[in-house]
Design a protein around this ligand. Structure first.
Ligand code: 5GP
Length: 194
């Protein structure tokens, strides 16, 4: 049964459980729009990698929902791996990252497709792309679900595949995007308002 936007907002208020933490969420991208766009991305990637095997590297945890949907639309030889990197919260230098979980796979000579949820300042992506190139990847391309391009402070190889552009201020949650670890399971992408 399809819910109206008001009904969805009511549900979202309830799932926070704590009235003091209650946040209003407005639908930004519906599940229907998301599925359509992911299918298009998958088709584009399949066409580009027709003669090459892909090693898709997902950046955890934000990539999980997007990546699992995207993979189903990629018609190519593909392996997957994951890494978790996080920036030091009080770090002062731009390269202060720590590995929470490194790859299992040797990337040397492989055609890498980085799968990221959001590129914001580009700090995470700059670090990831440099690392994979240093490790001898044959090529490195990036697919991002939501690109906040106007907010870049770091130079990166810009993503070849972009789901949606979003340059507004409000934080977004749902379809894999979290707020303090929650809301990744929401079926649409929402923007938060107070
Ligand atoms: P960057 O290193 O590009 O500044 O930050 C990228 C990371 O910031 C993303 O992987 C994502 O985890 C987080 N991020 C940036 N903007 C948002 C947002 O609007 N919502 C959520 N949930 N995460 C965001």
């Amino acid at each position: 049964m399809k819910m109206t936007l008001n009904e969805e907002m009511t549900v979202l208020k309830i799932v926070t459980h704590n009235p003091q933490k209650m946040r209003h969420m407005e639908t930004l991208f519906t599940r229907e729009q998301i599925e359509k766009r992911i299918k298009e991305l998958g088709e584009q990637i399949s066409a580009d990698y027709i003669n090459r095997e892909i090693l898709a590297i997902g950046l955890l945890k934000g990539c999980t929902v997007f990546m699992s949907h995207l993979l189903l639309h990629i018609d190519a030889d593909i392996e997957i791996d994951f890494m978790t990197i996080s920036s030091y919260k009080h770090g002062t230098k731009s390269n202060e990252f720590k590995f929470v979980q490194d790859l299992d796979t040797n990337v040397n000579g492989k055609h890498i497709l980085i799968v990221e949820d959001i590129i914001d300042t580009g700090k995470t992506m700059a670090f990831t792309q440099d690392l994979l190139k240093q490790r001898g990847a044959a090529s490195v391309e990036t697919v991002v679900f939501v690109d906040k391009k106007s907010r870049r402070t770091h130079e990166i190889a810009e993503p070849k595949y972009v789901g949606f552009n979003y340059d507004e201020e409000p934080f977004i949650v749902g379809f894999g995007f979290d707020l303090s670890g929650k809301y990744r399971n929401l079926p649409h992408v929402y923007k938060l308002s107070d």
